[in-house]
Design a protein around this ligand. Structure first.
Ligand code: ADE
Length: 238
């Protein structure tokens, strides 16, 4: 997979993708990431990329020409173009999973009040928001999305298990986890985790997952069977 990012701040993208797990994945050639500075595609002698919105209103918009020039340079027949914007479809694990088979993603990080609608109409395949809040620019949203996709590429994480077990697969939040020491400031690790009884540990984790989901994200529970299962497990693990 190749992921390109069009941005006004390539240094933000560069630093993040060359660090940690994604940095290692790049070194191991599990994917390619390429970032371009939108200003380099401006036709203007001052490298300007923004202008006032027609019809008035606050703020500035990114002009269509530099975006067109950048897209023309980066796009090929396999390219899927995503514009990160608060007015897009909400990003979810399911959404990220759906991008994993794309050969080439081209992400556009917006700035100011957004980009000229004609670029969206002509080139953008999907508009994505990372949440119901507004950030100062699209770099963090691009990185959030990139990160959530890249970790799904086989070989990027240590073992496949780490993908399957975590929050948001299965629509349940993750269970609590503990590491050494067994006793920390008087608080002990739940005894069941030290029991060696793997069946019981699995059941307890399932119980805690459902409990966490009920407390923090009840909206994720669509099936009443989960509640019934929880009530049953509660008799043993309360
Ligand atoms: N740009 C600014 N805020 C954003 C958000 N919440 N999602 C995607 N892009 C954005």
């Amino acid at each position: 997979m190749r992921i390109d990012v069009i941005t006004l701040f390539p240094e933000i993208i560069e630093t993040y993708v060359n660090t940690g797990i994604i940095g290692r994945a790049l070194k191991n050639n599990l994917l390619k990431v390429n970032y371009v500075n939108l200003r380099d595609f401006s036709n203007d002698k001052h490298k300007r990329v923004d202008d006032y919105p027609y019809g008035g209103g606050p703020g500035m918009l990114i002009k269509p020409e530099p975006l067109y020039n950048a897209i023309k340079e980066l796009k090929n027949d396999d390219t899927y173009i995503i514009y990160l914007t608060p007015k897009g479809n909400l990003l979810s694990q399911k959404k990220s999973n759906s991008f994993i088979n794309k050969k080439h993603l081209l992400l556009i990080a917006g700035h100011y009040e957004g980009i000229d609608q004609r670029i969206i109409d002509m080139y953008v395949d999907e508009e994505i928001s990372i949440g119901d809040y507004v950030l100062t620019g699209g770099e963090l949203p691009c990185l959030v999305m990139l990160d959530s996709i890249v970790r799904l590429i086989p070989g990027v994480l240590g073992s496949n298990e780490s993908i399957i077990e975590e929050s948001h697969n299965d629509n349940l939040l993750e269970y609590p986890q503990y590491t050494r020491p067994e006793k920390f400031m008087g608080a002990e690790v739940p005894k069941i985790l030290l029991s060696g009884n793997h069946k019981k540990i699995k059941e307890w984790r399932r119980y805690k997952s459902i409990e966490n989901t009920i407390i923090n994200r009840a909206d994720l529970i669509k099936d009443n069977k989960i509640i019934e299962e929880f009530m049953k497990l509660k008799k043993t693990y309360k």
